[in-house]
Design a binder for this molecule. Sequence first.
Ligand code: NAD
Length: 253
Amino acid sequence: MILDDFSLKGKVAVVTGANTGLGQGMCVALAQAGAKVAGVARRSCEETASLIAKDGGEFFEVLADLSDTRNVPVILNTVLEKYGCVDILVNNAGIILREDAVNVTEEDWNKVINLNLNMVFLLSQAFARQYMKQGHGGKIVNVASMTSYQGGIRIPAYTSSKSAVLGLTRELANEWARFGINVNAIAPGYMATNNTAQLRDDEKRSGEILERIPAGRWGTPKDMAGAVVFLCSDAASYVHGFTVAVDGGWLAR
Ligand code: NAD
């Protein structure tokens, strides 16, 4: 039956940036759908763990700094040691640094590109190799942005990284679809998390943004639930290389 295809029972899901915001929301959703969730974060995921435990789900914390690419094999091996296989990767961790383009330092540019793009590629590559070894496919869901489609302002590295995530999602899907690996992305709109705290604190900007969102409200981590469970499930087995907007209608405007 169709709803069975949405079940993630028995699947092992790895979510980066699991301690807060959208990552936390997606961990909770995947666990509710039946997955065993390994959350990667720099800091303790205590809150995420307790939200999942409340629902009777399973959560495993992997502490790792994703700005260090040496952690790619460490993360994969830690999860393999615990569960023996992996089925789902959600590349959620990301940072945004706001500054006029003329003042952005090379160091800040690299910080954003390394985490938001290089790490997404390297983790995807490591997981795809493992999926191919396991021989029964797998899912990769990247977190894109409205800046995958639009320029934004005062966030040149962020916009570049998220535009690249959309392209990378398509490219990897083309290469890996024949191995039963689904690579897709979710483009969140304006969501109420740390990422947008500065925007929401600015009354003028916040009002302008809110006025432009057809749904008339900021999104929440819970709004990611349906899209992420779908893309990680068998129900999406013929969906490849697509970026689903969860944006309250922002892009339709
Ligand atoms: P957030 O700041 O709460 O989450 C970012 C997550 O990334 C945190 O869990 C943080 O710990 C993790 N992280 C950052 N640097 C890390 C590092 N070096 N090592 C390990 N983890 C690290 O904000 P969020 O809104 O939940 O962001 C999640 C994703 O969603 C990001 O990729 C962001 O770009 C994207 N996004 C957010 C919005 C929004 O409106 N909030 C919109 C579009 C896209």
